[in-house]
Design a protein around this ligand. Sequence first.
Ligand code: ARG
Length: 559
Amino acid sequence: MNLRAFLHGRFAAAFGTVGAVGAEPMIGAATRAEFGDYQANGAMAAAKQAQTQPRVLASAVVEALEDVDFAQSVTVEGPGFINITLSPAFVGEQLRQVEIDQTGCPDTIVVDYSSPNLAKEMHVGHLRTTIGDAMVRVLEALGHRVIRQNHVGDWGTQFGMLVAHLEDVREDAPELRDLEVFYAAARKRFDADPAFADRARHTVVALQGGDERVREYWQRFVDISLSHCRAVYDTLGITLADEDLDAESRYNDDLPSVITDLESAGLVTVDDGAKCVFLDELETPLIVQKRDGGYLYATTDLAAVRYRSAHYRADRILYFVDSRQTLHFRQLFAVARKAGFANESCTLEHHPFGAIMGRDNRPFKTRSGDVVKLSDLLDEAVRRARGLVASKNPELGTEEADHIARVVGIGAVKYADISKHRASDYVFDWDAMLNFDDNTAPYLQYAYARIQSLFRRGGVDPAALAEAPVISNETERRLGVALLRFQETLEQVASEALPHYLSGYLYGLAGDFMKFYETCPVLDAPGASRDHRLKLCALTGETLKRGLGLLGIETVDRM
Ligand code: ARG
């Protein structure tokens, strides 16, 4: 259950009873323990409307609350805040049902993420698209219909050069095992050899014109590049499959009609031979067709918006793309709206992410100044985690230690990314992300493993415990409230597209669990409280596992 929504309902009714009809109760999680679990801050604004004292109104609202069984106390504080502390009985009872609530009105949500350029291999920056993968998992868990779209770049001018080079090398050429090397070799020829450069340019034209032989070579290159992506997705546990591919080339045949649609909407101005859309709300025009007839990234994106809105009947289209493309998306959305390419009820949302920086606060590079290949970075993560696992638990067998190292290493890298506010840049720091004491994946994975070990030691089957625990002290109550906040956290992630709310939630939950675990004996607890506490442990373990799972991070039963 969504506690916030529940309280919202109760308080909205009470505001209505005291005459503040339509007042917004403004329920939020209390920022400090002494303010209770939640605060209702709506009395201030409502009192202004009703021209009375906020404290007077707040007190009347508290009086008017019906059925206050849910609370242990509801008090008016300061200028008119209402502090709400949930009752132990209510908390225990609600914990009977901790399944994720599915929404009654599911949306169709298109999520564009990953979307690398296939000319090169995925680099460290593409790690940030794991945010998109966490989002699709959360949206699906809440019952929405999600359509993943991997809008890979496979159509730009670079492909002429790459295909021309591929025509000259053998297909089993070792350099194809490393696309960076392949790209560099093609580039070198392009720069040094005018005849080759010419051929490359003709190759693009032939490709886009549908020349079969060129198409075949291009397809081979695309397949090789996609196999590199697939390997990264497998390692990272990204849920993108082949059927989610929505390559730029898919829209090639639609591009002329994008231009004619824009023209019939009266939106096109020819400027120095190029077709542009000028809109009052845009400081710079959007070029949709170059002077030589060529189309642009933006033209393809317009075709994609039109397709996604019409074909999938999307209610929301989400783009998880680098913040450097903010202007592109602003232009794209404005033009798409003007042209009627998106249903009016469909929201177009760019959810930008910042850059990954090195410890020197400059873009993260290898020591020699090259871009960091994502596959290399992930190998290193597992290697580092392997060392840590071996030192923490030397008795583990090789196979188990390898498995744990993979789960911890990959989890650490992903979590480090997801746990930062998406829009800000962050510093990539191995020591910080592999630390077992901070807001990291290893910390949460360790908390989970510890709970599993408790059940092993006690010889207890968590499935055999009673459905709802009886809450008997404040530490237990707080842990119970934390457990109940899972649902509202997921809903917040879904509406704001900010998965770091979920990692922050899990970190807080693990903290509340540790406090409970330090002060409340579990296996040695007297009488019935042993089972109730074990139940709280089981629920915490489940929530950690489920929450991490929604971030695409695995857990292990011991580490
Ligand atoms: N391929 C693009 C790049 O690497 C990202 C595409 C993002 N999605 C989109 N629909 N524009 O920069």
